[in-house]
Write a protein of this length. Structure first.
Length: 333
């Protein structure tokens, strides 16, 4: 796999510009996610009807993805300049609320960067099965939005957090404390906070339910867009994909500049709020045209479901598989 150095693609002044971090921006993005989540819950609590419920669920599911994205920045040390506070912000306000863990995520995610689209890429299981047939893609998306994928993954996470059979009680507690205690504590705090306002049901209806349904759907779409069906597994400009989006896609599918994925893989120390600037700088250069770019998630999904019913996946490197994600074993679904 080819390697790219910052000096090969940007001038020193441009490198300084895109790598510039501001603590207030990291804090503001996390605060923004929670304001949208709280506002969506309030919208339904004040005007309870099917329309406001569906709108709130999809807004919250999109911001749950947003929290995962910000946790991802935290795993790269990009939310705050102080490493300790960066980890605290990432864990307590981004990862743990969505039952993820920054430290566990970082371990495998850095390998994904080092071995992108190679045989030992831990994320290869997410991209290699595509393209599939329309029926297959519909089945996958239905399992996500119906909650089947989410329930399966939460149960797998719980089993993993309780440890293997034969462990002593102390060993089980040590495993649980490492992999599950943070998420459980934060979610109990959220439930208690909503209960204190007299709206305990919102935790189940507009936090847990979107996490098991809408979040799974948008997470899969994002995963497909980032690496599935890329033109060249060994070219850093073309083994990931940037997807240009409209405002509606940005709200529900691509929060916090997650769609600029080629840019992130080229220079993984660029904070998310500078990725759009980096995209413009790269596109202004001659080699910017090398980047794999698609326009909108509809085109990505159309390509993902481009196999006819009489075609199969015998040539795919990975048919099914499991991966470790922030302490969670996930099937490719």
């Amino acid at each position: 796999m080819q390697r790219v150095l910052a000096k090969d693609i940007l001038s020193p002044e441009q490198v300084s510009l895109v790598r510039r971090r501001a603590d207030w921006k990291g804090i503001a993005l996390v605060a923004h996610a929670w304001v949208v989540i709280g506002g969506s819950m309030a919208l339904f609590a004040i005007w309870p009807n099917p329309l406001t419920f569906v709108l709130a669920a999809f807004l919250i599911g999109g911001r749950q993805l947003g929290l995962s994205i910000l946790m991802h920045d935290g795993a790269h040390g990009l939310l705050l300049r102080d490493a300790g506070w960066n980890m605290r912000l990432s864990q307590w306000f981004c990862g743990w609320p969505v039952f993820a863990d920054t430290k566990l995520y970082r371990t495998y995610h850095l390998k994904h960067h080092a071995r992108t689209q190679q045989e030992d890429d831990p994320d290869l299981v997410l991209s290699a099965p595509f393209p599939v047939t329309r029926k297959s893609l519909r089945r996958k998306l239905w399992r996500d939005i119906s909650g089947q994928s989410g329930v399966q993954q939460r149960l797998a996470q719980l089993r993993h957090g309780l440890g293997k059979a034969g462990l002593t009680l102390a060993e089980r507690w040590a495993t649980f404390r490492t992999e599950m205690l943070g998420p459980v504590v934060v979610n109990l705090i959220m439930l208690a906070g909503l209960a204190a306002t007299g709206h305990w049901y919102l935790y189940f209806a507009l936090w847990l339910l979107p996490l098991l349904t809408v979040y799974q759907l948008v997470l899969r779409i994002r995963n497909i867009a980032e690496h599935a069906m890329v033109p060249d597994d060994n070219d850093p400009y073309r083994n990931a994909r940037t997807t240009t989006v409209n405002w509606l896609e940005r709200v529900f599918l691509a929060p916090y500049w997650v769609n600029y994925h080629v840019e992130h893989h080229l220079l993984m120390w660029v904070p998310c709020y500078n990725l759009a600037k980096m995209h413009k700088l790269l596109m202004a250069r001659a080699d910017g045209t090398r980047m794999e770019v698609m326009h909108g998630y509809r085109d990505v999904l159309r390509m993902a479901a481009s196999l006819s019913d009489d075609q199969d996946q015998r040539g795919s490197r990975v048919q099914t598989g499991r991966r470790r994600y922030a302490g969670l074993v996930m099937d490719d679904g």
